[in-house]
Ligand binder design. Sequence first.
Ligand SMILES: Cc1cc2nc3c(=O)[nH]c(=O)nc-3n(C[C@H](O)[C@H](O)[C@H](O)COP(=O)(O)O)c2cc1C
Length: 244
Amino acid sequence: MRIDKLIQTVCGLLEQYFQVLLDSNSRKSFRNSDSLWGNMKSGKRNLGRPSLLISQYVLTSKMKNIKMDALECIKTKLDISEFDPDRKISAEVKMNVLEAARMTGSGVNSQHWRFVLVQDKHNLRKLARDSTTGKWIENCNFAVILLTNPSLKFHQIDAGRAAQDMQLAAWNSGVGSRFFTGIDAQGLAGDFGIPRDLSATLVLGFGYPRKNIKGKKKNRKPLSELSFIESFGNKLDPTKLSLS
Ligand SMILES: Cc1cc2nc3c(=O)[nH]c(=O)nc-3n(C[C@H](O)[C@H](O)[C@H](O)COP(=O)(O)O)c2cc1C
């Protein structure tokens, strides 16, 4: 066997081995550890130094593709309005954001929404001018104007769903976001050529966070205050939730 083939096979096997490790709940401890090396040293598995170095390489590159699971993404996402001006956002991430919007379900699958991506600084300034509650948009990396058909009674629900999916897709790559709803509709229509039959329901701004927001707590009411079981007012006891 040629040496490059041999290396390829060994790396493939290591990759599969570590994928099993990652899938079997070790994901979290790897991600949370300061260094993989430290984790391995203190961990139960002793793999020996050479294989450890190769596997560290394989794992590190693999981990770059490991995204958050859906619940973690929802729980850690915060709406931010301070963006890092120096960090650019790849076309891939921008396309993922739009793809997430496209994949969102809409009432009777009408797909009436339209998305205008804005990345030109001059146009971002125009967006800020056309906003009454989102002047911060000027400093984001790119924005998306979310248009919906106001003649559909559920159009705002559709807008909210698409917006949340876009935000989660962005956050999945570490890109933060926020949207505003206070819009000078006339100004925006004029500046961005919005057709009469569509309404600019909200405008999202995206960018890498200026401050580290990882691990920051969300200000939310407890579930005990928000949720009931069977009828309103009936306190939900999590220990009594049935399996069926
Ligand atoms: C329907 C809706 C309208 C919103 N409108 C605005 C807005 O006009 N301007 C703004 O800066 N943020 C707006 N937000 C963002 C909220 O202020 C934000 O989601 C809330 O404070 C929770 O933020 P957190 O997830 O970071 O805790 C809006 C959010 C929603 C869901």
